[in-house]
Design a protein around this ligand. Structure first.
Ligand code: FAD
Ligand code: FES
Length: 274
């Protein structure tokens, strides 16, 4: 019975933080495994979270693998399962199976400048790398974070981003002007173009809405980044998470096992259906 690959481990919610309110609400949950169960993960990997009677959803693990006490998940409320998770409170038990997918090759990036570009809920999948780089600060060169939301109320990890300024250059943006906003106004790709990060000894990691990723990559290419210096993740709909059901395929790839992390060099080779 314990070998059942679909059997979730039990996690207890130990912290809930409301990041963004409204129609596109985002909450961050910290979950500790119960009964001494659990698993290690790598940056970029995901877990299938389950709520009894509601179903399962694939969610990125949004905490560094170096943090062993809990796993963090930042979840946008879009439908049945994510609404059920948003209704959960500290002390509630949630099913967690994983870890699934490949990972960002963070070890290979030691000694390099890291440029993170996130939009909306897309900060969550890249946050484990940012946390890892900060926890191992001496192993990496400059860290630059671009992050944007539609408005100031849509900025997630607001406190964490402020704290990050001690270790990294942080460039925030919102789509249009607002009273009291002193940072960039405009879309994330435009902010990147405005600051024009150098491709020298750099890796750029981007995650967010597909339209943002498209223009970010276009701008990075224009700034001289090679395809192999650009990484992203893709979030195809998934069911099993383990390469069995075929729900997530793009061309020959099952994204749940071959992805979700891709270099732009590899992603370009896939059919444009993701
Ligand atoms: C690898 C991976 C990592 C992910 N990481 C996160 C994360 O960190 N945080 C987070 O909030 N979400 C993440 N997602 C998306 C999340 O899995 C879906 O939003 C969730 O499963 C929706 O479930 P639901 O039952 O609430 O919505 P449903 O009731 O099933 O659907 C509600 C709406 O959302 C759409 N939808 C459902 N799944 C997806 C999807 N994968 N992509 C686009 N639209 C979808 C449906 O078409 C429908 O319009 C990730 C998905 C993948 C594949
Ligand atoms: S989700 Fe089933 S094969 Fe990928």
């Amino acid at each position: 019975m314990s070998d059942n690959i679909y059997l979730p481990k039990m996690g207890r919610i130990i912290d809930v933080n409301s990041e963004v309110e409204g129609a596109r609400a985002i909450k961050t949950f910290r979950v500790e495994f119960v009964n001494g169960d659990g698993f290690d993960h790598e940056c970029g990997q995901c877990a299938m979270l389950s709520v009894f009677g509601k179903g399962e959803s694939m969610i990125s693990i949004a905490s560094s693998p170096l943090i062993k006490e809990y796993k963090q998940f930042s979840i946008m409320r879009v439908g049945r399962v994510t609404t059920a998770i948003h209704d959960m409170e500290i002390g509630d038990v949630i099913g967690v199976r994983g870890p699934y997918g490949n990972n960002f090759p963070v070890e290979d990036w030691k000694g390099k400048n890291l440029i993170f570009i996130g939009g909306g809920c897309g900060l969550a999948p890249i946050w484990p790398i940012i946390q890892t780089a900060v926890l191992q600060r001496k192993d990496f060169k400059d860290i630059t974070v671009f992050y944007g939301g539609r408005s100031s109320r849509d900025i997630m990890y607001a406190k964490e981003l402020e704290k990050l300024r001690g270790d990294a250059e942080v460039h925030l943006s919102i789509d249009s002007e607002e009273e009291g906003w002193n940072e960039f106004c405009g879309f994330v790709p435009t902010n990147v173009m405005d600051k024009s990060p150098s491709p020298k000894n750099a890796i750029a990691i981007t995650c967010g809405p597909p339209i943002m990723i498209k223009f970010v990559i276009q701008n990075l290419k224009g700034a001289g980044f090679e395809d192999t210096q650009i990484y992203t993740t893709i979030e195809n709909k998934m069911k099993c998470g383990i390469g069995k059901c075929g729900r997530c395929n793009v061309g020959k790839d099952y994204v749940c096992t071959k992805g979700p992390v891709y270099s732009w060099a590899d992603l370009k080779e896939l059919p444009q259906e993701y």
